[in-house]
Design a protein around this ligand. Structure first.
Ligand SMILES: Cc1ncc(COP(=O)(O)O)c(C=O)c1O
Length: 480
């Protein structure tokens, strides 16, 4: 008989008491970090050689224990980062989770449910359905639509294009044309390449002088392509462009998509949250007519990375695109009224992604999130006003949602500073802000000019932070 004594108790692992002590150490570390963060530098850089010298170690055969590893983490890992949740990190589109998203994420990791099939996680699946229902309600999307939480907006855009492509025959896939906003996020191009489109099949639609894409420009392009024997297929509009926050003219695009038989996808990864407030809802008018929508709760909805979502108007299409029923899954095939999220997207094994979103909305109430949108839009307005008052910055695109795009132009320099010189000065200013450690903002290009941007999504950012950032810009530009 097999002697089972050597493995009778499973593997040695810390007892619940020890885990409790270690968990408390981590909570204490996190809360100390959270409390001190606004007074700390926004970030610190390190070279790859330096990081390799500190962290590139041989695979350890023996464990070192939590104290030593937490010390290494606290001294050599965590400090060498720019912190997207810092109140003065206003670069790119940051993520600044509420603490209830963080705690919900911890619950998710702790319970480690398999949120792929109903039979293994009816509660988790139902919570995801509830969260999707809430998003549909906020966006005015039909209750019969379907959706799935993804790792982020890139995965959501890819998922949407895969669903849209299902309507094309194999023969048509080589001549189908995908229209995209000239100012789209690059994840759209990556998704197009991933689904096998040739670069010639991706047609950028120029934005108007208001930086928005309008239906008329799409109609012109689609008509031209039809006349040339191509197959106009789908349009990806943007609600909240990454550089400017600008929302396309969704209603007119929806009209053209209907007239020309195009699939209408809206990348609302950042802008969707505006639907929480009446002015934002008006801006997003037409979004509710999309065939599919990308939304990213880890952007302007106070969630930890990774929280993305795709909604599809005709819910059956998600299932038609992704469902499979291999023999080793026969025990978990869903009944007609059950949902297996593994059948609706790219992942089979998936964490309980909905928990942190559901948890934070339930604990704080949707009113808190509405206040977040109002607060961050007010910060953008405040920032724009301060830039105007400083008299050495010019706006490069209309303020949109919680973003402002501008550039430094030396006072009285109109005419005698070249565009190249302005580009150089603005890139230098952006780097100087970052190097100061006091704030972090990023640059982009608009109409060929280097632009600086503010993007406010953080519930902890105050008007005083915005004033400090503008004061910093003014003082640093004098040293350029
Ligand atoms: C408009 C837009 N779409 C998609 C994405 C990609 O989202 P993610 O980073 O969550 O993959 C971004 C990211 O900034 C974005 O701004």
């Amino acid at each position: 008989m097999l002697d089972h004594a050597p493995f009778a108790d499973g593997l040695p692992h810390p007892s619940p008491d020890e885990i409790h002590k270690h968990a408390a150490q981590i909570v204490n570390w996190l809360l100390a970090d959270f409390t001190a963060l606004p007074q700390r530098p926004v970030g610190t850089m390190a070279s790859p050689a330096q990081m390799q010298a500190w962290l590139g170690q041989p695979l350890p055969e023996e464990g070192q224990g939590l104290d030593a590893v937490l010390k290494t983490f606290g001294e050599l890992v965590a400090p060498f980062a720019f912190r997207p949740n810092h109140p003065r990190f206003i670069a790119f589109i940051p993520s600044a989770p509420s603490y209830y998203s963080i705690l919900g994420d911890w619950l998710c990791a702790g319970i480690n449910l398999f949120a792929g099939v109903w039979l293994e996680a009816a509660g988790a699946t139902q919570v995801e359905l509830v969260v999707l229902d809430w998003f549909k309600e906020l966006l005015g999307y039909p209750p019969g639509a379907s959706g799935i939480l993804t790792g982020g907006g890139s995965e959501a855009n890819l998922t949407a294009l895969l669903v849209a492509r299902e309507s094309l025959s194999f023969a048509d896939r080589g001549r189908a044309i995908l229209y995209v906003n000239q100012h789209r996020h690059w994840s759209v191009d990556r998704a197009a390449r991933t689904i096998g489109l040739h670069p010639d099949q991706v047609r950028p639609i120029p934005a108007g002088t208001d930086f928005r894409v309008h239906g008329s420009a799409l109609a012109e392009a689609s008509t031209r392509d039809t006349d040339a024997g191509k197959l106009p297929w789908a349009m990806v509009a943007t609600a909240g462009a990454t550089s400017t926050g600008i929302v396309d003219d969704l209603a007119s695009i929806a009209d053209v998509c209907r007239q020309h038989g195009l699939w209408f996808h809206v990348d609302a990864a950042y802008g969707w949250s505006a639907s929480l407030v009446p002015a934002g809802k008006a801006l997003l008018h037409g979004l509710e007519r999309a065939d599919s929508i990308t939304l990213d709760p880890h952007k302007w909805f106070a969630q930890t990375f990774e929280a993305g979502c795709v909604l599809v108007r005709d819910g059956q299409r998600l299932r038609d695109t992704f469902a499979h029923s291999p023999e080793y899954m026969q025990d978990v095939r869903p009944a007609d009224d059950e949902v297996n999220f593994a059948d609706l997207g790219l992942a089979l094994s998936r964490r309980f992604r909905a928990l942190k979103i559901w948890f934070s909305i339930k604990v704080l109430g949707i009113g808190w999130f509405r206040a977040l949108i109002q607060h961050t839009c007010a910060l953008a307005e405040h920032g724009e006003r301060l830039l105007q008052q400083a008299e050495c910055f010019e706006r490069l695109s209309p303020r949109a949602l919680s973003m402002v795009c501008f550039r430094y132009r030396p006072k009285g320099s109109r005419g005698d500073t070249t565009e190249e010189e302005l580009d150089r000065l603005n890139l230098a200013l952006c780097a100087a802000v970052r190097d100061s450690g006091k704030a972090f903002l990023s640059s982009t290009r608009l109409n060929e000019h280097v632009a600086l941007r503010f993007c406010f999504v953080n519930w902890r950012t105050t008007p005083r932070d915005v004033e400090e950032i503008v004061e910093l810009l003014v003082s640093l530009k004098e040293k350029l």
